[in-house]
Design a protein around this ligand. Structure first.
Ligand SMILES: Cc1cc2nc3c(=O)[nH]c(=O)nc-3n(C[C@H](O)[C@H](O)[C@H](O)COP(=O)(O)OP(=O)(O)OC[C@H]3O[C@@H](n4cnc5c(N)ncnc54)[C@H](O)[C@@H]3O)c2cc1C
Length: 449
């Protein structure tokens, strides 16, 4: 029996291949690069010998599909979940402020979090409670074109609540600013985070590099089940016969037979890999025009430990979130290592490395003062195509998993999952495509390796 071919070894492709493998369905994963991982990978920084990620990735406990995926591949213990959900911010005037959601039934936990935080004035606390209740009662309506900013304005949110709370949250979840991000998608993501149980919004942070967290374990799981992961395999197209996809073409000229195909490549690659007739019919033509949003990460090393906190949201500065790698990861070494993130980074992505490191240091000094000396080493990573831009007019362009060919499916964080372009969306879409392909092949459900 020909295998189900998964094209692309990012989170969605690996999740699809793991799900198929768990049902003992023969699978072949083809990845263009030397190693799987896609937009979420780690590598060794030669100067320090530290394993660093291409960008800090954060999950929440409510990402149920991702947690299930990590459980299947035996990596669930490699993320540290906060015992009590808490976001810590530094506000330019109010200083360090915690937003802590005690383990009470929803929405009481949100109410308690708003009442007890020092982040808001009393008037803003009332505004936040209003938004919290709206989040609970509103059902996202597709196609309204509403941005997060206009939704917040309709709920009477002040400029200060937008700046101190909503903007840091929007850039983290949506990789977009309030005035651009889709309200429907944001509301859906927040409902998962804040209303899916008291622990749902707890941060779940990888304690190891992303390759060790999920790339290597997923590959090992697939191979243990008899599947094949083939890297440096550049797919250039596919072949359809009798109304079905029958083969995948590689750059070297080889054509591989398949029972079904899951295309798990980025939005701007998918249309080019369709069989000629399907591509010429215009299917997925708009996928390549979906706008993308960059993320800039600056890793900084210091002589000493410069930050007591694990994770910090930085309000009203250019940097947005700071991660204390020495505390949150199992990495060894002397001194401090911070990972500083600027999401929705269009204004920054074109800057020189020195300039970006200078901005990160300046903003860190505005929080921690002179304890932030010169960095002993800096690494800047620009992901120019980090995610799609989850704007309201992008939603209609995100395709479903099903295509006109009954054995061809589309996966990826950019597809129409209803969620922002996140790990959870990628895993969800990969698993959904695996279910559809398994339905065709009559694979056995369950049966872990
Ligand atoms: C810096 C950064 C920070 C992020 N932070 C977070 C976060 O904190 N939380 C969160 O939930 N999400 C985060 N994300 C988003 C998350 O990384 C993505 O949603 C996820 O990795 C997307 O996975 P994917 O499988 O859909 O796509 P991809 O990872 O892009 O995988 C597609 C794969 O297809 C391969 N491919 C492409 N063309 C071909 C071809 N012709 N032949 C064979 N293979 C091909 C590519 O090489 C790639 O491996 C972040 C992303 C970035 C870049």
């Amino acid at each position: 029996m020909n295998p189900v071919v998964v094209v692309g070894g990012g989170l969605s492709g690996l999740a699809a291949a793991v799900s198929l493998s768990s049902r003992r369905i023969p699978v072949l994963l083809l990845e263009q690069r030397k190693s799987p991982g896609g937009r979420a990978y780690s590598f060794v920084d030669e100067s320090t010998g530290t394993v660093i990620d291409n960008g800090q990735h954060v999950l929440i406990a409510g990402y149920s599909r991702t947690m299930e995926f990590l459980g299947t591949i035996g990596a669930r213990g490699l993320v540290a979940v906060q015992p009590v959900p808490e976001l810590l911010f530094h506000h330019p005037v109010r200083g360090f402020c915690s937003f802590r959601l005690p383990l009470l039934p929803s929405p009481l936990h949100f109410l308690a979090g708003v009442v007890t935080t020092g982040l808001f004035s009393p008037a803003d606390k009332l505004r936040m409670l209003r938004a919290g209740f709206a989040l609970r009662s509103s059902r996202p309506v597709e196609g309204t074109g509403e941005t997060v900013e206009s939704w917040l304005d309709s709920l009477g949110q002040s400029p200060e609540t937008k700046r101190s709370f909503w903007e840091p949250l929007a850039v983290a979840v949506m990789n977009e600013h309030l005035e651009t991000a889709s309200a429907v998608v944001f509301i859906r993501a927040l409902r998962t985070a804040f209303l899916s149980g008291a622990r749902g919004s707890a941060l779940a942070i990888p304690t190891v590099g992303l390759n060790e967290l999920y790339v290597d374990p997923a590959r090992a799981y697939i191979e243990r089940c008899g599947g094949v992961v083939r890297c440096s395999a550049d797919v250039t197209g596919s072949v359809a016969e009798g109304g079905k996809i029958s083969g995948i073409r590689l750059k070297e000229g080889e054509t591989i037979g398949c029972s079904a195909v899951i295309l798990a490549v980025p939005s701007y690659r998918a249309a080019g890999l369709l069989p000629d007739a399907l591509r010429e019919s215009g299917f997925l033509a708009c996928a390549s025009s979906i706008p993308l949003s960059p993320i800039v990460s600056v890793h900084l090393w210091f002589r000493g430990d410069v930050m007591p906190q694990d994770v910090l949201g930085v309000v009203g500065r250019r940097i947005q979130w700071v991660f204390n790698r020495r505390k949150i990861s199992r990495e060894k070494g002397e001194g401090g290592h911070l990972s500083v993130v600027i999401s929705a980074a269009r204004a920054f992505v074109g800057m020189e490395n020195d300039e970006l490191a200078r901005i990160a240091l300046e903003d860190l000094r505005s929080v921690f003062g002179a304890v932030i000396g010169d960095a002993t080493h800096a690494v800047v990573i620009r992901e120019k195509r980090a995610t799609i831009s989850c704007a309201p007019d992008v939603e209609p362009l995100r395709p479903g998993s099903i295509t006109p060919l009954p054995n061809l499916f589309i996966a990826g964080d950019w597809t129409g999952t209803g969620y922002p372009a996140t790990i959870e969306g990628a895993v969800m879409s990969g698993q959904h495509c695996a279910d559809l392909a398994a339905g065709l092949t009559g694979g056995i459900a369950g049966g872990a390796a």
